[in-house]
Design a protein around this ligand. Structure first.
Ligand code: ADP
Ligand code: MG
Length: 651
């Protein structure tokens, strides 16, 4: 039974399921067909499709050992079929990899035993099909399914209407819900975590239009705790391009969120620490000066000439403390600007004196001031602060010496378009240039950040430029800089030259021999802090005023409402126990609106400002102030009141 000629006869004699004529039709079949001898695995006959597939004409296969074609890993399974084919139903089906003319292919075989008259298996007839494509697709699918199941993100499939169809195990792990529980509880998976109905509707509309949605949502777990998740929902379409499913992937980011919170908190603490450290350091210095000189003064014999010098030092220490506080405040709150008509060149000249005394001799100072620029509306203290901070930075940038230039001129907004200024406006341009170390791009990018400093070892606070930036912005101005590492830096400050009528003129601070403008009016002085009351009282009495002291709001009201009330003006502190200054002001508005009031306060919060504005009260003096400022403000309030009264009479 080993010749091909005998095969037809053999086939005809068997009771195999296929009729004998089938063998003839093999020749033209598109399916692969091979008849071989079991045991020896030798080919008896192959059809055309087989010959084509395996790359040799039909007759060449006769007598060929089939084993040579089978993938070594599949051989054992293939060989195990022999005994099974010898028993009913004499038929098996299986898949193996075969070495074809196109390389290894998966072939699915239907094998049937061919038996002789005695019922012995004399041949095996195999009909095969190349199933490589299916097999790969299936494998691909299996891999994908496993990847989805084991993915570290939660994956949910829903119908376009949001009914869940599948959740992976990560989803159950994170939320605690299985698919069954979601069905039973009718949990609206897609709705979950959207902050509002409107937000959810927006989400639905977006997804329905075929777009992808992503965002961070906070949803509730089965155990009641909250989970922050990064959620992405995208539509899945069928071959007709219709949306058949929604794929929702959710990544648990609770841990990252918690870390972010911690980091933010840590940064805040660090900033606070730096700030507090810097302030404490400066204040300690100032306090030491004040303590030292007052202690010295206290033991001086009466009439000693050194007294004046000591008190002068105490005074300048206090001025420094005040400027420190205003610097911190201007940084921490967006304080409104106390507008005055500021002539910037005067301010520069004033500081020039200070710089020439305190800056190292190897720094040459150069001023190019254009005196044709007019005064602009600004807070003189804050503008001084800007100049000061920029010049101090320039000094620090030139440890080996160099040239500091301060220049002013006028520019049209039109020529500053790149800086997004108002083109219709003219600007005062202040240029502060140094020939120092310059900045690397990464430093330059961060200089305006609060607490950013490269002077850790030299006690930099990193607040200087942050303050400058805030002040310039408060004045509706802009700041720009150019810097070349190794060559120097130029800062440009632009402040709008707004024309404003009736602004009081900022006067240069001549503190030393200051005197209160004289007056004879009766001043009701309301302040709960005795030292301040004593000091202001003494200054006012010295200048000729008659002082009526009151220690709180109630006492003040009593004086004002007294039958023989003889008060020409009130100096009113706001922060007082029992009855606040604001309440006193309200009573006065109702009962004696003709008496002018100068409000003095050390804590002008936005709320207080709002209340004062509601009362239409604008005469305010912020603490700390020097006595000249106090006297001038008081005089202004009295004179303004008198003018208003006269006008009232004329009407
Ligand atoms: P600080 O002076 O306390 O460091 P600033 O906010 O004033 O804080 O400045 C921040 C940083 O900007 C400085 O540490 C320095 O690195 C850089 N910087 C500022 N001005 C100049 C300048 N003129 N030349 C070079 N670097 C500068
Ligand atoms: Mg600085």
């Amino acid at each position: 039974m080993n010749t091909s000629q005998s095969s037809l006869k053999v086939a005809a004699e068997t009771q195999s399921p296929a009729p004998s004529t089938a063998l003839i039709s093999w020749a033209d079949s598109l399916e692969l067909a091979v008849l071989f001898e079991p045991g020896a695995n030798r080919v008896l006959e192959v059809n055309r499709a087989f010959a084509r597939k395996f790359g040799q004409p039909g007759p060449a296969w006769v007598g060929h050992d089939l084993v040579a074609l089978i993938h070594p890993e599949d051989f054992e399974d293939w060989a195990s079929a022999g005994p099974r084919l010898a028993r009913p139903p004499f038929h098996i089906a299986r898949e193996h990899r075969w070495q074809t003319a196109q390389g290894w292919r998966w072939i699915s075989w239907e094998e049937t035993a061919v038996r002789d008259a005695e019922g012995e298996v004399c041949a095996v007839r195999s009909i095969g099909r190349d199933v490589t494509k299916h097999r790969l697709a299936e494998e691909h699918f299996r891999k994908l399914a496993q990847a989805v199941e084991q993915a570290p993100v939660s994956i949910v499939l829903t119908t376009p209407g949001g009914t869940p169809q599948y959740v992976n195990s990560r989803f159950t792990e994170v939320t605690g819900f299985t698919l069954e529980e979601i069905f039973e509880g009718q949990i609206p998976l897609l709705r979950d975590g959207h902050p509002s109905e409107a937000a959810y509707r927006h989400f639905c509309a977006l997804v329905a239009s075929g777009k992808k949605w992503s965002g961070e949502l906070c949803s509730k777990r089965k155990n009641g705790t909250e989970a922050w998740e990064l959620v992405q929902v995208s539509p899945i379409r069928n071959h007709l391009d219709e949306i058949t499913y929604l794929l929702c992937m959710r990544e648990d980011i609770s841990e990252r969120k918690a870390l972010e919170d911690q980091l933010r908190q840590a940064q805040k603490m660090e900033s606070l620490g730096t700030l507090a450290g810097g302030i404490a350091h400066d204040f300690n210095n100032i306090i030491s000066i004040i303590r030292g000189f007052t202690e010295l003064a206290l033991i001086l014999p009466p009439g000693d000439v050194r007294m004046g010098r000591y008190l002068g030092s105490v005074h300048s220490a206090a001025v420094r403390a005040a400027s420190l506080v205003s610097q911190i405040l201007s940084f921490s709150r967006k304080s409104d600007v106390a507008y005055r008509a500021v002539q910037v060149n005067d301010q520069v000249r004033e500081l020039a004196g200070l710089f020439s005394e305190t800056f190292p001799r190897n720094i040459e100072q150069c001023y190019e001031l254009d005196d044709t620029i007019e005064a602009f509306a600004a807070d003189p203290d804050q503008i001084r602060q800007v100049l000061m901070n920029l010049c101090v930075n320039a000094r620090d940038a030139m440890p080996e010496g160099g040239k500091l230039t301060i220049a002013t001129n006028r520019v049209a907004g039109q020529s500053l378009i790149d800086l997004k200024v108002d083109p219709a406006q003219d600007y005062a341009h202040i240029r502060i240039a140094d020939t120092g170390v310059g900045m690397a791009p990464e430093v330059r990018a961060r200089v305006f950040e609060p607490f950013f400093t490269t002077k850790q070892e030299h006690g930099g606070t990193g607040l200087g430029l942050a303050v400058v930036y805030g002040i310039v912005a408060n004045h509706h101005g802009v700041i720009d800089l150019e810097s070349i590492p190794g060559s120097g830096t130029v800062f440009h400050v632009y402040i709008p030259l707004k024309v404003r009528a009736n602004l009081p003129v900022a006067n240069a601070t001549e503190l030393a021999n200051s005197k209160l403008p004289a007056g004879t009016e009766r001043v009701l002085l309301v302040d709960d802090e005795l030292p301040i009351q004593e000091m202001l009282g003494a200054a006012l009495s010295d200048a000729g005023y008659r002082v009526i002291p009151a220690q709180d709001g109630t006492e003040a009201i009593q004086h004002i409402l007294a039958v023989d009330a003889q008060v020409d003006v009130v100096v009113l502190d706001l922060n007082m126990p029992r009855m606040s200054g604001l309440d006193v002001l309200k009573v006065m508005r109702a009962r004696s609106p003709e008496v002018p009031v100068l409000v003095v306060t050390g804590n002008l919060t936005a709320l207080v400002k709002e209340e004062l504005r509601a009362l239409d009260h604008t005469d305010i003096l912020e603490k700390p102030f020097d006595l000249t400022a106090f006297g001038t403000a008081l005089r202004g309030v009295i004179d303004e009141g008198a003018r208003a009264k006269a006008k009232g009479r004329r009407l």
